[in-house]
Design a protein around this ligand. Structure first.
Ligand code: HMG
Length: 390
């Protein structure tokens, strides 16, 4: 499944007018990282090939974001009833996920499956604490523009005391709510996905963030970028990054023109590498830094060994200046969609993280026993979905 990854930044919804010190600090740190790296990349000095940044244990933090209820279900052709979606979200929480992307405040004409995201957020905030999942949770929702932000803030304003304001950690009875804006790295995907070009989507990005800073209404803060990745050719980007390719704003623009003009025609790894070599082996991570975001999450969406090896490359070669977090879509949700294979089977994911010394905080057994992965055990089961009985 050819997946384009998207840049998305996380907006944390917090109680109206509560400012989040940690997020601001983190935000400064994230932008400082971005600023310092963009200044170093613009000087295109060889400083980047200087001694790698000493690794710290904290650099090996991996935050797994389960996006199944959004990315997995948004592709469903038949309408998935609200109880089934809520059941999936709760089962993923019981499986030990700490951040679950539960919906998207987008146009129902574009993504009909996400039409009920307001109800989902309403339910998650309005239910009795007794029925809340066992552990602290962050629920994340995509927001593409002001209209989506407005819809989300309306729900949040109805439950001002039902969620934990940033930067306080979520508690079992008070989840954290995260709103993510997202843009694409290629013009074609931006038009297909957001009906606008990248610059317009980034302008919308800016509008949403400025609106979020309005004193009135829920204070939405811009925390460090949560998800940042590259064009369809991201795998060769990671390879180039590991060779310490530096990046300048002009190079990024030139490469983006090339990227948007001609991506690799075939998806074979070798072709992409040759394509990348002919085009100067650009690394996208510097490009995103040049745009003011430090790559924090590399979606691992490849099931091939090459893909897995290349997706670990940034972690091996990372200067350690920013903790990388990993998000991979649909490990649970995609399996739940009948007939659709997960981009990464959860068992593979578990083994993969353990091999790299990370503990994903959930186990394959807990995931499976929670029933997140078997359509038959969700809500009324697949048959009910197709029959629309639920
Ligand atoms: C962004 C828009 C809305 C622009 O779409 P547009 O048509 O340019 O927007 P518009 O302003 O012209 O509005 C068109 C209609 O949508 C309504 N509208 C406008 N905005 C909203 C909103 N926020 N919520 C609800 N309704 C909205 C608006 O009110 C209007 O309704 P009408 O007046 O015609 O009745 C549209 O392109 C859209 O919704 N796109 C969907 C994007 C999306 O959700 N894509 C899937 C997620 S990204 C993904 O899956 C990849 C990822 C992240 O998973 C990465 C990976 O997997 O690797």
């Amino acid at each position: 499944m050819a997946r384009h990854a998207l840049l998305s930044r996380r907006l944390l919804a917090s109680r109206p007018c509560v400012r989040a010190a940690t997020t601001t600090t983190t935000r400064r740190r994230a932008f400082a990282t971005a600023a310092s790296s963009s200044s170093s990349s613009s000087s295109s000095s060889s400083s980047s090939s200087s001694a790698p940044h000493p690794r710290r244990a904290s650099d090996y933090r991996v935050k797994l974001v389960e996006v199944g209820p959004r990315d997995g279900l948004q592709n469903e052709k038949t309408a998935v009833p609200l109880p089934v979606k809520l059941d999936l979200i709760d089962r993923l929480a019981r499986a030990g996920m700490t951040t679950v992307e539960a919906g998207a405040f987008v146009s129902p004409k574009w993504v009909p499956q996400m039409a009920g995201s307001s109800e989902i957020l309403d339910h998650l905030l309005g239910r009795a604490p007794a029925s809340a999942p066992a552990g602290p949770l962050t629920y994340s929702f995509l927001v593409p523009n002001l209209k989506g932000l407005d819809a989300a803030v309306r729900v949040l304003a109805r439950h001002p005391d039902a969620f934990t304001p940033d930067p306080l950690p979520p508690t079992p009875s008070k989840p954290a709510i995260e709103l993510a804006v997202f843009a694409a790295a290629t013009e074609s995907f931006s038009r297909a996905n957001l009906n606008c070009d990248i610059d317009t989507s980034l302008a919308r990005f800016r509008e949403v963030i400025q609106a979020a800073k309005e004193p009135a209404g829920a204070a939405l803060l811009l925390p460090p970028p949560r998800r940042c990745a590259c064009a369809p050719t991201s795998r060769w980007c990671w390879a180039a990054r590991s060779r310490g390719t530096t990046w300048t704003r002009t190079r990024w623009r030139a490469s983006r023109r090339r990227c948007s003009r001609r991506g690799p025609t075939r998806s074979r790894w070798g072709t992409r590498r040759a394509w990348a070599r002919r085009r100067g082996r650009r690394s996208c991570s510097g490009a995103w830094r040049a745009r003011g975001c430090a790559p924090r999450t590399w979606p691992c969406t490849s099931t091939t060994r090459t893909g897995r090896r290349s997706s670990t490359r940034p972690w091996r070669s990372s200067t350690g200046s920013e903790p990388l977090t990993a998000a991979w879509p649909g490990s649970a949700g995609a399996r739940t969609a009948p007939g659709r294979r997960a981009t990464w089977r959860p068992r593979t994911s578990c083994t993969f993280w353990r091999r790299w010394g990370w503990t994903p905080g959930w186990t394959w057994t807990r995931w499976w026993t929670s029933g997140s992965g078997s359509p038959r055990r969700l809500g009324g089961g697949t048959a009910a979905w197709s029959a629309g009985r639920c």
